[in-house]
Design a protein. Structure first.
Length: 137
């Protein structure tokens, strides 16, 4: 249950919201004058162009580049389509263990929105021919 807070002397502070142009008169926000909202388009609105980075493991037990370094990268995902584990690393060559990230058979890994690496990302699989679906945006 939320705590009830008594206002001293019955006084409840109120805040008015308004908008206007620089040097102009502010207009109070109310039912007649709603706050204007502009909908952004393109990259600012979250639109993305997906680049297909799907492929397969070329050499068993050897890290290979999944995606090149890209300072404009906003995200990526990889789905393991093979029966064996895949390993990802954005700090160096992928290895079967820490600090690489394990993507188990059938699983999908998506980069966190708040921490997308701009560095190259490598992938490793134990068997040549292990396949994966991957996108970068």
């Amino acid at each position: 249950m939320a705590a009830v807070i008594g206002a001293p002397g019955g006084f409840v502070p109120q805040v008015a919201v308004g908008y206007g142009t620089a040097g102009g008169e502010a207009v109070a926000v109310d039912a007649t004058h709603p706050l204007p909202v502009a909908i952004a388009s393109g990259a600012a609105a979250g639109a993305a162009t997906y680049l297909d980075r799907s492929g397969g493991i070329a050499a068993a037990g050897q890290a290979q580049q999944l995606v090149a370094a890209n300072a404009a990268r906003r995200g990526f995902f990889i789905q393991n389509l093979s029966a064996g584990d895949l390993w990802l690393n954005s700090t160096g060559a992928a290895s079967a263990g820490a600090p690489s990230i394990k993507v188990a058979a059938g699983q999908l890994y998506e980069s966190p929105a708040h921490g997308v690496p701009a560095t190259a990302i490598s992938v490793l699989g134990a068997t040549a021919g292990q396949s994966f679906a991957a996108r970068e945006w």
